[in-house]
Design a protein around this ligand. Sequence first.
Ligand SMILES: Cc1ccc(-c2noc([C@H]3C[C@@H](O)CN3)n2)cc1F
Length: 330
Amino acid sequence: DTGSAAAVPINEVDIAYVTPVTVGTPPQTLMLDLDTGSSDLWVFSSLTPSSQVRGQEIYSPAKSSTSKLLSGHTWSIRYGDGSGSRGTVYTDNFTIGGLEVESQAVQTAQEVSSSFTQEQSLDGLVGLGFSTLNTVRPSSQLTFFDNARPKLDEEVFTADLKYHATGSYDFGFIDRAKYTGNITYTPVQQSPGYWTHSLSGYAVGSGAFQSTQIQGISDTGTTLLYLPTAIVTAYYRQVQGAQNSQYYGGYVFPCSSTLPTFTFGIEGARFTIPASYINYTRISPTSSTCYGGLQSSSGLGINIFGDVALKAAFVVFSGTNPPRIGFGTK
Ligand SMILES: Cc1ccc(-c2noc([C@H]3C[C@@H](O)CN3)n2)cc1F
């Protein structure tokens, strides 16, 4: 089997992407954030206090003839930005782009943090990290990809995220029409559960490529690209008026500045992020100061190859043994 579904930016600066999924019988449609940096599938639900729901679609297990309570199981998750949610667990039919898993663990939120309440067009997350990261207790649950794996034509899913446009996630096949040339693969270290791999180096604008191993995680649920401070300062040294602002918590610059491109390596292949992707957003609607899409990872303890980088390529997440990740030019 295979599946294919849209990845729709939820706002005008691509802060996150949502994908239509269906849960239950008859199908209830929700828009979920497919996140390779976590492994819980959770949804706003009939169990979420109405004070915490602001326009989101909800899953009501009581309205599904195929829902089953996973008795005595709970979950609680905290994301990199400090947001979080927690609740109980049902199993039910779950489909993405025509690919169905019969009894997928669907984690129903009984509490969500304010930043989720405020994100009106996001109804929950589908974790596509390794199932070892799942927070359901007393027994951890499998991700949609792990459940679907036995029926997939090929043990892969792909991400084709786009700048200010709708892209796609595919399951079980690699769509030759979505990239040119070949996919370059590199090994993935799957412990503790992220898609962890290395870049082979980087270049700022037309500068020389610096060959250096940079380990990090490819995380579709993170908006920006976070790299070591030395690389980030070398980049913004080329930007007139750029500064690392304590006030704004990162590098900002005049919106009128000319930004260089940023190139990253995967093995021998090179992928160039257009300057427009790094001119991420105005710090406020009427400001002429802009916030960068490339920021330092020094506070995170890990480098994160988020959407700013991933949308510059066609990315293959391969669940083969051993797992690997592939990048193609598009
Ligand atoms: C309001 C909101 C907050 C966080 C996230 C979020 N989703 O994925 C991630 C990254 C960080 C890491 O934790 C796992 N992947 N962050 C999404 C939201 F809509």
